[in-house]
Design a protein around this ligand. Sequence first.
Ligand code: NAD
Length: 359
Amino acid sequence: MHYLVTGGAGFVGSHVVLALRDAGHSVVVFDNLSTGHRAALPPDVPLIVGDLSDPARLNTVMEYERFDAVLHFAALSLVADSMRAPFTYLRHNYLNSLHLVELCVRHSIRRFVFSSTAALFGTPEQQPIMEDATVNPGSPYGESKFLIERVLHWAEKIHGLHSACLRYFNAAGSDPSGRAGEDHRPETHLIPLAIDTALGRRPRLSIFGSDYPTPDGTCVRDYIHVTDLARAHLAALEQIGTRSVTYNVGNTTGFSNLEVVRSVERVTGRRIDWCGADRRPGDPAILIAGSERLRRETGWTPHIAALDDIVETAYRWRLAHPDGYAPLPAMQDARVESRPVPAFSVPPVATAMHPPAPS
Ligand SMILES: NC(=O)c1ccc[n+]([C@@H]2O[C@H](COP(=O)([O-])OP(=O)(O)OC[C@H]3O[C@@H](n4cnc5c(N)ncnc54)[C@H](O)[C@@H]3O)[C@@H](O)[C@H]2O)c1
């Protein structure tokens, strides 16, 4: 199969690119490199440097090559930032995705995998959070992702575009064989920050909030190894030939921020200097995934589930890449040029969802 991967140069996307290629598929990555890295991709993966807000460019890409599915990772994804700049988040994530979904319909692409998030559950009443839990986003970031899920709902109903909405919990770790890792700039995720503090690359680690209703007062999160998360994308792709699915992707186990700090101390053998800081806006106390639907329907199960093992892979990558990915200049796929998108209206696809009315 031949796949278009938006945001494929980012943390999760690059690991999914590796998993797709390991499974024998070919990929083209579309990424503006705002937070991603050319070096996160194998050198022979075509990278089109472009922004999703430029549908003309995207349209040209889809005219040039025929894709069996699109996997969509490109987004702004910081909850706290979205509380400061709600319209930026809503515009960037929602409108860009809307363009992308419209273009998929226009180019008769029939499968779409979307990076959704646990953040669309807000502050859930029950843990673990099942797929059918009430959606009540606690931030514009979560809201933007839910809006995209709704776009995909209508894209299926009216145009027959089947999708998988994968609601990730906290992606962590790195490719066990060291081919990719996590390099956000600035980094906001707890495990890489704790590792850098242990290595003396940061003076001190801030833990946001110590008065949450959790056993030690710090937030509890479900950490899913990024390679297991990548495998969930392959499993989901197999499900969406004739239907759409929504899955939570997590380990079904929660760890508090302080438990993560202790895990990093165990793995690195070093003490971490940490201090308490104010809560961040939009952060719920506990997010633990109920991933039973994914397990039951696809047979997926995490392979690297223990927190120390997840941390170990992240630590090894950081030791091998103390400065993250080398800051290589962006390489452009010269085959693709922007052309204006002609105005279009897409006729509904005749599907089994619209049976003839009984006479
Ligand atoms: N990392 C997590 O724990 C987590 C949890 C829940 C959901 N998600 C979602 O998963 C996806 C990937 O997350 P990540 O941690 O890999 O993020 P990331 O920032 O590492 O990757 C995002 C990629 O998208 C690219 N990008 C962003 N805006 C773009 C645009 N307008 N046009 C083209 N490319 C653009 C970036 O350059 C980057 O390569 C995001 O949609 C995020 O919301 C991530």
